[in-house]
Design a protein around this ligand. Structure first.
Ligand SMILES: Cc1cc2nc3c(=O)[nH]c(=O)nc-3n(C[C@H](O)[C@H](O)[C@H](O)COP(=O)(O)OP(=O)(O)OC[C@H]3O[C@@H](n4cnc5c(N)ncnc54)[C@H](O)[C@@H]3O)c2cc1C
Length: 493
């Protein structure tokens, strides 16, 4: 062993979960070491935009009086009661004090107004859309948070990757083993260990296996899952890890990972993105229409519908529709996916470039398009005929798309099929925990000394689909981390 340290609480990972856990333990006068694989704090939480919380001062100031009971009910129902009921209750009840604590550490918060929510599908539902507490000036806020925690005595160690947990014969966790960038091993002995390493979204092979498709595109920091594997090896039961699938992107498009003052993470500079972000006709990889394209206005429903056809689908348009887009006659552009550039563009030219880049196919006839895109011709023709019929009547008898979006038929060649892929923002779900974020073994007994939260903890989501409540994962990270830190403090004392 090249280096050995001893502390009360060791926290692995410094996203929202790890930071909140470190804060809670340090506020209880415990010695805390927080190790982080990267060179800065924040993880995916730093990239995320906002925090789901109920009945906050920000909401009250807007005249919104939301009830935690109603929020819990909606989440339970959305999750079909596959979620952990006591955990869901504790998280929703503790989101507000956690948000207040985060503000006291140095994060500015501004409520996203419900009427103008980023996801049009959530307009008018204050629970899905009005609970999004947006982080302000993150580049300044995170260093402030780090300083606040250092002032409370938290010792940060960067460039350190957790590899294993230390467990004694009776299964009690006694700390962890990590490695620095040069491969030197570090042993950290601790009375409590919080594994807050944020899932395994960086491990594309593991995600492809879990999600049964290799057609998803990833966004986020490279969390490779050492923490999750260690939790499972220590006796934790991974009940519901899954990719946080979230909207879709044009295949191979350049989409920024970093939030700036101007754009949220997931912004694309290509005007063609507006074709992706409006409810045109979509077909599966064999040329069949498969869903109500209005789902484009909700990140989760959109991703779910497209995941249902393997995570990749095609937007079907003819030249006349592209010309209409060139002339600014597009439908309302969704804000549920990658931010679309508002620049004018020659959409036919852009689509032709996409064909050259092998992310779109073209055909002067539907037959030629089917051959080029490997669609089944009969499927394609049947879908197009039904769709065009629906457009004439402004009535989608197949999937019930709203009349105002039954606007652009697919009638005159040349035709284009533009490829889109579901995106995922890391993984969520993980090992079974109790409502204090203690990791449970297969017999539902706490593994002594071991805590998990955020994207390593299971039970907050249904297990396949992420609930469409804005800020849910990010809010869960901070709140579960804080509860884990409080539980560790209580258990140590
Ligand atoms: C682009 C993007 C946008 C998002 N937007 C939103 C949003 O607006 N609202 C929302 O609710 N959710 C959003 N999410 C999801 C949300 O951010 C995450 O689910 C949540 O932040 C996870 O928090 P965490 O603390 O568990 O993990 P993270 O914040 O990812 O932190 C984990 C930390 O652990 C470190 N780490 C990993 N492995 C190790 C190791 N072995 N040893 C040491 N350190 C390690 C990582 O480097 C990282 O810093 C978004 C995610 C992404 C990628």
């Amino acid at each position: 062993m090249e280096k050995e340290l001893t502390t009360d609480v060791v926290v692995a990972g410094t996203g929202g979960t790890g930071l909140a856990a470190a804060d809670a333990a340090a506020s209880n006068n415990l010695n805390v070491i927080a190790i982080e694989k990267l060179d800065q704090i924040g993880g995916n939480t730093r990239i995320s935009s906002g925090f789901f919380a109920i009945d906050t001062k920000e909401q009250r100031a807007e005249g919104l009086h939301l009830s935690t009971e109603e929020a819990i009910k909606q989440l339970n129902e959305y999750n079909h009661y596959l979620n952990n009921g006591p955990l869901t209750r504790r998280i929703v009840e503790n989101a507000k004090p956690t948000l207040e604590e985060l503000e006291s550490l140095g994060m500015g918060i501004k409520l996203n107004p419900t009427a103008n929510t980023t996801q049009f599908a959530h307009r008018g539902n204050p629970y899905a859309g009005g609970s999004y507490h947006m982080y302000q000036d993150k580049d300044e806020a995170y260093p402030r948070i780090q300083k606040s925690l250092e002032d409370k005595g938290v010792k940060f160690m960067f460039g350190i990757t957790m590899e294993k947990l230390i467990q004694d014969e009776d299964g009690t966790v006694k700390g962890l083993i990590a490695k620095d960038k040069d491969g030197n091993e570090i042993k950290i002995n601790a009375k409590a260990t919080v594994v807050a390493t944020g899932g395994f979204g960086g491990d594309e092979k593991r995600v492809a296996k879990l999600m049964h498709t290799d057609r998803l595109r990833k966004l986020g920091v490279p969390s490779m899952g050492e923490g999750m594997t260690a939790l499972e090896n220590a006796g934790g039961v991974n009940i519901d890890s899954h990719a946080l699938i979230h909207a879709a992107q044009l295949a191979k498009s350049k989409v920024t990972q970093n939030t700036s003052k101007k754009h949220l993470a997931g912004f694309s500079d290509n005007p063609l993105t507006r074709v992706l972000l409006t409810p045109l006709m979509w077909v599966d990889p064999d040329g069949r229409r498969f869903t109500n394209e209005d789902t484009v206005y909700d990140t989760v429903l959109w991703a779910n519908a497209a995941y249902n056809v393997g995570g990749m689908y095609y937007i079907l348009v003819d030249k006349k529709t592209l010309d209409a887009y060139t002339n600014g006659q597009e439908m309302e552009v969704s804000k549920a996916g990658p931010g679309g550039s508002t620049k004018p563009g020659d959409f036919v030219k852009l689509a032709d470039e996409a064909v050259k880049g092998e992310v779109a196919y073209k055909g002067n006839t539907l037959k030629e398009l089917a051959d080029n895109a490997s669609f089944n011709y009969e499927n394609l023709v049947a879908s197009v005929e039904r769709y065009n019929e629906g457009i004439k009547k402004m009535n989608d008898t197949e999937f019930g798309k709203s009349g105002i979006h039954m606007k652009f038929d697919v009638e005159e060649g040349p035709f284009y099929a533009i490829k889109a892929q579901v995106a995922y923002l890391g993984t969520v779900g993980g090992v079974r925990v109790d409502d204090h974020l203690r990791v449970l073994d297969k017999n539902f007994k706490p593994i002594k000394g071991l805590y998990a939260g955020g994207a390593n903890a299971g039970g907050y989501y249904e297990g396949q689909s992420y609930p469409a409540y804005e800020g849910l994962a990010s809010g869960f990270a901070w709140t579960s981390g804080r509860l884990a830190g409080l539980a560790a403090s209580e258990d140590i004392k």
